[in-house]
Design a protein around this ligand. Structure first.
Ligand code: FES
Length: 218
């Protein structure tokens, strides 16, 4: 028998099933919580912090995509503190990453009034485009580190384990093991990573070539 739990979101009582997240419960009653790294096709990781909400009893903001709904929980999805947090996430992301092909981030920048010049002058992540195979191109200057590609390459779908996080802190990026070209890894070129990429960091080679008629990727 499926167990139900009851919680309050923005003063509305919601009934959901045990195991559902706050994001699931809010969505079920039409409350839209913004997300960036979350994709319903992938296991959530709570990496980007765009979906933060206030939960009664919790001092810190909670990521709705990974917070399980529990009986009696009280959630607020909009407040000045939440907006400030989401805005800061976007401002820091914009300072380091090319968001020109991340529509969800651009929409949230407009929605929250984020000042994308707030951290101007900081370091930008602009690694060279990688075109080491005949199938797709990796442009990690556009990567928002959502981790979806890593997950579909691993337990969420393909079990190929060709890519993972590399580096630490600001220098974190997605990479193959030992930086090997993709054809020398366990990649099977299924293309699922391209399918879940939300930011234009992964593209079919042909699409890339059409956008860059002046020359192939480096
Ligand atoms: Fe929840 Fe990214 S959408 S942390």
């Amino acid at each position: 028998m499926t167990e139900t739990v009851h919680l309050t979101i923005n003063r509305l009582t919601v009934e959901t099933t045990r195991g559902a997240t706050v994001l699931d419960a809010a969505g079920a009653i039409g409350i839209d919580i913004p997300t960036l790294c979350y994709d319903p096709r992938c296991a959530p990781n709570g990496l980007c912090r765009m979906c933060v909400v206030e939960a009664t009893g919790a001092r810190l903001l909670q990521a709705a995509c990974v917070t399980r709904a529990v009986e009696g929980m009280t959630i607020t999805t909009e407040s000045p503190r939440i907006t400030r947090a989401r805005r800061t996430v976007l401002e820091m992301l914009a300072a380091s990453t090319d968001l020109s092909e991340t529509p969800d981030a651009l929409a949230q920048i407009a929605e929250t009034g984020a000042d994308i010049a707030r951290f101007a002058g900081g370091r930008e992540r602009r690694p060279p485009v990688v075109a080491d195979n005949p199938m797709f191109v990796r442009d990690y200057a556009k990567c928002i580190l959502c981790w979806r590609c890593v997950q579909v390459c691993a337990e969420d779908a393909q079990y190929a384990f060709a890519i993972n996080f590399d580096g630490r802190g600001f220098d974190t990026q997605i990479a193959t093991f030992f930086g090997k070209p993709l054809p020398e890894t366990t990649c099977v070129f299924c293309g699922q990573c391209v399918g879940v990429c939300p930011s234009g960091a992964l593209k079919p080679l042909r699409a890339w070539e059409l956008e860059h008629p002046d020359g192939p990727a480096a």
